[in-house]
Ligand binder design. Structure first.
Ligand SMILES: [Fe+2]
Ligand SMILES: [Fe+2]
Length: 192
């Protein structure tokens, strides 16, 4: 299967689920990518913003599951699924976008003050404020600054109405960033 067809299928089949702030998961990610591009970000950062919540589409649980006390670790699911197919900058930003929120809440009180109520509520479930050790570990990540940018676009991508390019436009950008275009066939030899 082509990687880009797999990614497209996630948006088509699962992207309609509610993001939890009056828009669908697909709309939220398209809006995040739109804001990234509007801000003059590199293609990789735009693609990272577009894909940052793909883990939600893969595990089929909406963003607001954290309102119910559950952390789906969608950032890890998304990174693991796409690692090797896209540049590390992209998959690192996906993996780090929740930590970036915790980092900015810890070091930038003005950032916390601007978060939506839902985003504040999910902070505790996502680990709350960072310890000094966690701050140092985050700053040791090679793409932590890009991850913070993606987080800012993530936070902006919650508009009830916004004109932006469609899914195919961002899939095309994603395709241009792919390092491998084909996924391996499922391995059926491990069935017990
Ligand atoms: Fe997320
Ligand atoms: Fe998000």
């Amino acid at each position: 299967m082509r990687v880009i067809d797999f990614i497209r299928a996630q948006y088509i089949e699962n992207g309609h689920v509610a993001y939890g702030e009056h828009i669908s998961m697909t709309n939220h990610m398209l809006q995040s990518a739109f804001y990234a591009e509007q801000s003059g970000s590199s293609k990789e950062v735009v693609v990272a913003a577009f894909l940052h919540d793909i883990g939600h589409l893969l595990h089929g649980l909406p963003e607001d599951i954290s309102d119910h006390g559950i952390d789906g670790f969608h950032e890890d699911i998304g990174e693991r699924c796409l690692k090797g197919y896209l540049p590390t900058l992209v998959t690192d930003c996906i993996r780090l976008h929740v930590q970036a929120k915790r980092y900015m809440c810890t070091l930038k009180p003005a950032y916390y003050d601007k978060l939506t109520e839902a985003s504040r509520e999910s902070l505790a479930i996502q680990g709350g404020l960072m310890s000094d050790q966690e701050v140092a570990a985050f700053e040791a990540e090679p793409y932590y600054k890009e991850a913070m940018r993606v987080r800012v676009y993530d936070d902006m991508g919650k508009q009830a109405e916004l004109e932006h390019p469609d899914l195919d436009y961002y899939l095309k950008l994603t395709e241009e960033c792919l390092m491998m275009t084909e996924m391996p066939a499922p391995d059926n030899t491990l069935t017990v």
